[in-house]
Structure formats: C-alpha cells, structure tokens
Write a protein that binds this ligand. Structure first.
Ligand SMILES: Nc1ncnc2c1ncn2[C@@H]1O[C@H](COP(=O)(O)OP(=O)(O)O)[C@@H](O)[C@H]1O
Ligand SMILES: [Mg+2]
Length: 314
C-alpha cells in the first residue's frame, strides 16, 4: 500500500521542520568552527582514529589532477574492489562503488562496466568540486568497500545499508536503517532513491520504511518485508554514535554507521545538518524526544548511561 503523509499529519506528529532544526538545534549546538571536522570525510576519519572508533580503511587520496596520472592507477591496481568518493560530498553524490574488475575495466554494483577512462574522469570531476558543498575544490578518497552482513541481504539491493543515528547532546534520539535499491545504485542515501526504515531505539528492530516520502514496507527489488529485522550490534552502534558527541564537540549530529560482515560496525561519516526524513521513516516527530532529552541534560552521564537512558525512553 502506498500512502502519502499530509502536512497536517506531520504537524500532529511533532515533526521538526527545516527552520526549527536550523535555529533551535543546529545553530545553538554546532559551533561553526567545528564544521570542517564533519564536512570533510578525511578529517572525520582522522578524528575517529584518534578516538579509536573503526572506519573503512583509506587506500589513498588524489588531491591534484597530476596525481590522477601518477598515483591513481597504483591505488586501483592494488585492490579488487573499492569505493571512490569526494571528501566533501554529501547525499551520496559522486560516490562510485566498484565491486569487481574485468580485463578491461571495473564493475559497478548494478553490473554496469566502466573503463579506466571513466574512473579518471570521475576523479577529475570530484577534484573540480562537482560534488562538493558549495562547489569548492575537493579531494578524492579511495577506500575499502564495506561488505554487508547477511542479515541485510534480503532487504538491501546491491548496496551497503547504513544506520543513521541522530545524537542530541550526547543522547541517541532517533534511528533509521537505510536500504539500497536498484535506483540508488549501491548507495543508501534517501535522495538517491534508497529506503529509510525507522528503528526502535529500545531494541534495534526495524519499523516500516519510506521511499521518496511514500510509505513502503516491502522492498521494491527483493520483495521482502522491511520491518521486524533485528539490527546486529545495536547497543554498540548507539554507543559509537553517542561517543561522536565528545569526539566532535557538536551537540546535534547524524552519525552514519555501516556493519561490515567481518569488521563489525564502522563509522562512515558524520553530518552536522542531518536530514529530516528520519521522522517520516519513524512515523514520529523529533520534537518530543528532543524536549525529553533537554529535560535531563546536565546530569553528566557517561556514554553507556546515556545510551541506556535512550533505550529506556525511546
Ligand atoms: N566504503 C564504502 N563501502 C560500501 N559502500 C559505501 C562506502 N562508502 C559509502 N558507501 C555507500 O554510499 C552511501 C553514502 O556514503 P557516505 O560516506 O555516507 O557519503 P554521503 O556524505 O554522500 O552520504 C552509504 O550509505 C553507502 O551505502
Ligand atoms: Mg551519508
């Protein structure tokens, strides 16, 4: 069944809109000078390493056009599979996932073959700022391709699902599992056509999903039910996410975590302006939960205590 959610319904649910998010939560809690820590994925990787939080291994970076010829082929030769992404990108733009090599080139998650030339052009586009925030010059990162856990094989189509957790003042507020679709081409971003499924904070079990703001409980490509799936390592995922508050000094962030088959939870990236679609995926607004946290903040709880509190309350 496909159902649209009306603006009146959203209001009743306590949905936080863009203006309120920016004014009340982002501007107040995320100091401007800290943005580079999360807007640049290379900086975030460094920060996570320092905090001893696992991230996908960085195979190399390309910073100049000259390095495309001199350095890129060496990095690509050394790995059968990899992901190339703009370090200042967002929304899944400019992310190229390569799952295999052929004698003449590379294979994308959807089976499409691409050549060395395509990859060189892609990296050159990244450097020119095609995918970066505000079109600023960018760096291309080449990293380990995460292999997702079997739990998700029925409900994510050829792409690594990621778990988005909103952390407010160090407390987990709301979670969403994002599932790749044929349309999203190996990426789990909602704007690329991925499905967002709400997650019960108390136990890490998925609720129903949405895709392009439409309710969707059956995955369109695998035809399997999206709700009722237990996300493994749930408490650890919440603890890693909550730790990111101390790690960045930011009071309102979206933490993206992926589960690798062998390596377990890895931080993919952090967002200082996390999208509001998570509310639709959870069929619940953020407002009440944020207010509830505001009422208890200041009691100086450790990460594990904050996580336990959220699991009890949400
Ligand atoms: N190393 C990786 N291995 C496999 N898939 C990845 C990797 N990095 C990104 N992806 C896919 O692309 C999506 C977006 O990646 P992310 O790093 O969060 O960038 P963005 O800022 O564009 O959202 C992820 O949700 C995931 O599905
Ligand atoms: Mg992301």
């Amino acid at each position: 069944m496909i159902k649209f959610i009306s603006p009146t319904e959203l209001h009743k649910l306590g949905i936080v809109g863009m203006n309120a998010r920016n004014r009340r939560f982002i501007m107040k809690n995320n100091p401007r000078h800290l943005y580079p820590l999360v807007d640049d994925k290379l900086e975030t990787k460094k920060l996570a390493k320092k905090a001893e939080i696992a991230v996908p291994e960085l195979y190399g970076v390309i910073e100049t056009v000259g390095q495309i010829k001199k350095k890129l082929h060496k990095i690509l030769d050394a790995h059968e599979e990899f992901v190339i992404k703009p370090s200042k990108g967002s929304g899944g733009n400019g992310i190229l996932v390569v799952v295999a090599k052929t004698p003449n080139g590379f294979v994308k998650p959807n089976g499409e073959e691409i050549t060395h030339k395509d990859i060189f052009l892609h990296v050159s586009n990244i450097l020119s700022g095609l995918y970066s925030l505000g079109g600023q010059l960018d760096t291309a990162m080449i990293e380990y391709r995460v292999k997702f856990s079997d739990v998700f094989s029925d409900i994510s189509y050829q792409g690594v699902p990621d778990v988005r957790v909103i952390i407010y003042k160090g407390y987990p507020v709301m979670g969403m599992l994002r599932l790749a679709t044929k349309e999203s081409d190996g990426k789990a971003n909602l704007h690329q056509g991925a499905i967002g499924a709400g997650v019960n904070i108390a136990d890490g079990v998925t609720l129903g999903g949405v895709c392009h703001n439409k309710v969707m409980n059956i995955h369109p490509d695998t035809e399997k039910t999206i709700s009722g799936i237990q996300i493994p390592y749930w408490k650890t995922i919440l603890e890693i996410s909550a730790k990111c508050q101390e790690m960045t000094g930011m009071g309102y962030i979206g933490v993206d975590i992926v589960l690798d088959k062998e390596l377990g939870p890895l931080i993919l990236e952090l967002n200082a302006r996390p999208g509001l679609g998570i509310q639709i995926a959870n069929n619940e607004g953020l407002r009440k939960r944020l207010d509830k946290i505001d009422a208890v903040v200041g009691e100086e709880r450790e990460v594990s205590e904050r996580v336990a509190w959220s699991m009890q309350n949400f």
